[in-house]
Design a protein around this ligand. Structure first.
Ligand SMILES: [Zn+2]
Length: 570
């Protein structure tokens, strides 16, 4: 038994995520966690909401709520939707937790002790009537390039020109509308990542088994241009982790907070403390401190490609810089983007299907299966309603659902709702066992390597083997002349339903649970020995005929949904 620490990139708090976000981190992380648990390994699977920063403040202001209340509510919403998708986190934490606050301050203090934090004086726009420095997004004015009246301090959304807040004509605060803005000096802390560049480069080079998508992005940030830059880790904001040097005040940094990208990854560690403090486990340091038992932990992170620089460089710099025995990531699985029907998912324009909407249309297994079997691994992938309808109807309804339905109904009508006795294996069964064994071993290899699409293809092929066996051996025909052989075929097929449930559970947990319940067994042991696994349910063992596992998506539904999700969600 091995120990697996698994984290998914933590979703930002300001709103419900779309299916592209889901398949880029949380869903494949859940697949891996479920698989590792099914193989008997000890798993700690963590995720959280990423709650600090300007976008959270803006979203809360738009909702007319204090930002802390807004974040608490949105955390609950995201947690509920995660449950709807059966994401099996051991804990779903919050980056605004007291645990993360304390740990973030401790990391910063330690990095300062190690000489890896420097103070930098910068000029920034200050709003006199708001009494605060304004992030670029809080400043609007007229674009000097195109005359657009709502250009932001960092960029004009109309002509896309990159701007400095001081370029804007009639610049004003979006909080108060005040034009009483001035440029003032402000002091910030920088993490000296450049001093860790060689260490990080050697570490990345040692990860020959990582996906090229991961290492190529890391190397680009390490080497392009002037190479890895020192990074500001504080901001003049109210909402965030207050800047402290460990437990102590940080002179000159009063009223400032850590930048969201400094505290968010530290939440991976704090989340384990939250898990313990919530009474769900104990000894969290066993997972995170190599001096306290985490030496034998394998740590795998899942994320979209936009998050790779922070996970390959900034967060490892934070950890390495402390020279404390924190667990470093062993494998980073990154994903390309899932596009939506010829374009991109768009949160602002409501283009594409969002997680809450998906669950209103169909149970989570339909989405889980399609998304995982089309995971954007080697390149971007695309969701189309035609493809969704075709693949769900074929793989889930025609192949898996039909197998379960035919076998159980035939047995009930010709024998009984007990596993039938009689008959012995022939050449067809021996061949089936050989074929199943080959494919199940391949499935395990792909799952262990987090090759999501290949694993899905192998699972589909395993389902197909069962259907082909039924088709070729036709127990409904055999029954007329040789009921003993038909009984053997159906006994094997009923046992295959249990095996399918076990193998399929990481992808489609609800359907798997239905199949196991229908077989009236609690034995969900992995089919390491396929021949033995096919004898798990003995003759005389009672089963029941389940409701249809999957229904088909109709053409009318497909057309209606395509029109409904084409854009303009408010
Ligand atoms: Zn412009």
């Amino acid at each position: 038994m091995a120990r697996h620490l698994i984290t998914s990139a933590i979703p930002y708090i300001n709103g419900i995520k779309h299916l592209g976000n889901l398949v880029g981190s949380q869903l494949p992380a859940d697949l891996f966690a479920r698989y590792m648990r099914a193989r008997g390994h000890e798993v700690l699977f963590l995720c959280a909401t990423d709650e600090h920063g300007t976008p959270a403040e803006l979203a809360a202001a738009k909702a007319g709520k204090p930002v802390a209340d807004y974040c608490a509510e949105m955390h609950d919403v995201q947690a509920r939707i995660a449950e709807g998708f059966r994401l099996s986190f051991d804990h779903f934490g919050r980056s605004s937790s007291p645990q993360n606050q304390k740990l973030t301050q401790a990391f910063a203090g330690r990095l300062a002790d190690m000489g890896l934090i420097r103070e930098v004086t910068e000029e920034q726009v200050y709003s006199v009537s708001d009494g605060r420095f304004l992030p670029d997004r809080y400043i609007e004015g007229t674009c000097p390039n195109c005359g657009f009246e709502s250009a932001r301090g960092d960029q004009c959304d109309n002509c896309t020109k990159q701007l400095d807040p001081t370029d804007l004509i009639d610049a004003h605060s979006t909080i108060s509308g005040s034009t009483e803005l001035e440029v003032r000096e402000t002091k910030h802390l920088y993490l000296c990542q450049s001093e860790l560049k060689d260490d990080l480069a050697a570490w990345i080079d040692s990860k020959a088994d990582w996906p090229i998508l991961t290492t190529s992005i890391a190397k680009k940030w390490l080497n392009d241009g002037d190479g890895l830059q020192d990074r500001g880790i504080t901001r003049d904001l109210d909402w965030g982790v207050p800047v402290k040097r460990g437990d102590a005040e940080w002179p000159g940094m009063e009223g400032k907070v850590f930048y969201v990208w400094f505290d968010a990854p530290i939440e991976y560690i704090a989340c384990a403390q939250e898990w313990q403090d919530a009474g769900k486990g104990s000894d969290w340091e066993r997972w995170w401190r190599t001096d306290k038992g985490a030496d034998d932990v394998t740590y795998t992170q899942f994320m979209g490609k936009d998050n790779v620089p922070f996970h390959t460089l900034s967060f490892p710099a934070t950890i390495k810089g402390t020279q404390e025995p924190w667990k470093l990531v062993d494998y980073i699985k990154s994903f390309n983007y899932l596009n939506y029907d010829g374009g991109q998912f768009s949160t602002s324009r409501g283009r594409g299907v969002f997680m809450d909407q998906a669950l209103e249309l169909l149970p989570s297994d339909y989405w889980r299966w399609w998304l995982l079997s089309h995971a954007p691994e080697s390149s971007d992938a695309e969701f189309t309603w035609e493809n969704f309808q075709t693949d769900v109807n074929k793989d889930l309804a025609d192949v898996l659902g039909n197998f379960v339905s035919r076998v159980t109904k035939f047995c009930r009508s010709k024998f009984s709702e007990d596993v039938p006795a009689g008959g012995t294996y022939g050449a067809a069964e021996t061949q089936l066992i050989t074929d199943l064994t080959t494919r199940i071993r391949a499935y395990e290899t792909h799952m262990e390597a987090t090759e999501v699409r290949k694993a899905a293809a192998e699972l589909r092929a395993i389902w197909v083997l069962g259907n082909e066996y039924l088709q070729a051996n036709a127990p409904w025909t055999t029954f007329k002349t040789d009921p003993d052989t038909a009984a053997m075929q159906i006994r094997l097929a009923l046992n295959l339903i249990r095996i399918y449930a076990v193998l399929s559970a990481p992808f489609i947990p609800d359907a798997a649970a239905t199949m196991i319940a229908a077989m009236q067994t609690e034995d969900d042991s992995w089919p390491t020995d396929v021949a033995a696994a096919l004898e798990t349910l003995p003759a005389g063992h009672a089963f029941s005929v389940p409701e249809n596992l999957f229904r088909k998506i109709t053409d009318e539904e497909r057309e209606e949904w395509a029109a409904r999700f084409a854009g303009t969600r408010d």
